[in-house]
Design a protein around this ligand. Structure first.
Ligand SMILES: [Zn+2]
Length: 420
């Protein structure tokens, strides 16, 4: 008979029980809840179907902007961007006029749950599809004691014991490095997770995928269904090995194109240039990253820095009038409502409607590479995500406002339950 451990780990003013079995959170990038429903209806996810019935199923709200990095870091820290600081892929420094990539660990302001558990003596493993997240998620981990592993599928042939806790993860797993734009990049994450659970037996494990498939394919289409069918097989293995598993997502995904298949975009920089003069205001799209092939840097969240002499109220009123812009907030309003770091947000925040995106200037978006009608995210209409636990958790059923960044809390709560 197992005793519930009295040890707890405190990080970012939340207290986590010590897991008695491995506690795993899986972030299915861009997993609009409809993807799971469609794949289950098609009979392709028997494991998840059983888990939804016998475990606990909820939906949760993601962080706004409903982008990948802010949500992954919220899941990793258990807190919103106001605490951890990562509110997009880019930030703008008005003092220097420079746009700076925010994927350097120095921008992360809070310790991760992985570091806190590792420091308390736990074994931790983190596998991410894209390497852009690896350094942020791995911040503060040390690999010399052999209790931490952190790597990406993308750079899995370049891992070392010193930097990642494992030499050449690609040959360790017996899988070649996948293409960066592929479903394989995510499958590699799941396969690595299964092997790590078997051989390394981490106390805490985070598996986070890429939304390449979800940007291209709608729920229920064969390519999407086969992605979730593939996931279900790995989920079955993780579940069978006795781990407590929480399945959630960083954000949903919605079609953002016109009837003819071309992207539906409000070009905000062009508007502000027209109203205030060329380049007087600066529009920042925090979705922008080096991998733009699947979304053309078009999402549903934008922030703008206005010139000092601009009439903010007037600009906000005019933006609110634009068809497709659903919400316009001042910096203070946005930072309170969405718990954002106010030193990394512009004067105005805009969110577009379900089927529209926000762009800078028309000529700056290279849409030639988009080979499917645009699907994207970033706004309130992509905030609802799955939250499924392979255990019965009465305390979760009554949680009033569940967030995706509660994933590790409920994973360790489930993993701290007495076995049997
Ligand atoms: Zn994402």
């Amino acid at each position: 008979m197992n005793q519930i451990s009295k040890i707890t780990v405190s990080v970012n003013r939340r207290s986590y029980p010590w897991p008695q079995v491995p506690a795993i959170a899986i972030c299915l990038d861009g997993c609009e809840p409809d993807y799971l429903d469609a794949a289950i209806d098609a009979g392709l996810m028997p494991t998840l179907k059983r888990i939804r019935k016998n475990g606990t199923e909820r939906t949760a709200l993601s962080v706004i902007p409903s982008f990948t990095n802010p949500n992954n870091l919220s899941i990793a820290t258990g807190r919103p961007p106001a605490i951890h600081g990562i509110c997009g892929n880019y930030l703008y420094e008005p003092q220097t006029g420079k746009e700076v990539m925010m994927n350097d660990p120095r921008f992360l302001r809070a310790p991760t749950i992985f570091k806190a558990f590792h420091d308390a003596g736990a074994k931790v493993a983190v596998v991410t599809a894209k390497d852009k997240l690896r350094a942020l998620l791995g911040k503060g981990l040390t690999f010399s004691e052999g209790r931490a592993i952190c790597f990406s599928s993308e750079k899995s042939d370049q891992t070392t014991k010193q930097e990642n806790g494992l030499d050449n993860a690609s040959s360790w797993l017996g899988r070649p490095v996948p293409e960066v734009y592929s479903a394989d990049l995510s499958e590699f994450v799941f396969a690595a997770g299964v092997k790590l659970l078997k051989e390394f037996r981490p106390d805490i494990m985070y598996l986070t995928t890429t939304d390449y498939v979800q940007h291209k394919y709608a729920p229920g289409v064969p390519e999407a269904n086969s992605f979730y069918e593939m996931f279900d097989k790995y989920l079955a293995e993780l579940d069978a090995m006795g781990a407590a598993v929480v399945v959630t997502a960083d954000h949903g995904m919605k079609p953002k194109h016109k009837a003819d298949g071309t992207p539906d975009v409000v070009y905000v920089q062009d508007l502000l240039d027209e109203w205030l003069g060329k380049d007087k205001a600066r529009v920042i799209l925090p979705i922008t990253d080096p991998y733009v092939v699947h979304h053309g840097a078009l999402g549903s969240f934008a922030t703008a820095y206005l010139p000092e002499d601009a009439d903010r109220e007037d600009i906000m009123a005019r933006l609110s009038e634009i068809d497709g812009i659903d919400l316009v907030l001042s910096r203070p309003e946005a930072c309170v409502r969405f718990e954002l770091p106010d030193d990394r947000i512009g004067d105005v925040v805009m969110i577009s409607s379900e089927n529209k995106t926000l762009g800078t200037s028309e000529h700056r978006h290279d849409l030639a590479a988009l080979n499917e009608p645009l699907r994207s995210h970033g706004g309130l209409t992509e905030q609802r995500v799955p939250f499924i636990v392979n255990r019965k958790l009465p305390e979760l059923q009554s949680a009033a406002s569940l967030r995706n960044f509660d994933a590790f809390y409920y994973a360790v709560v489930a993993a701290a339950q007495p076995v049997g």
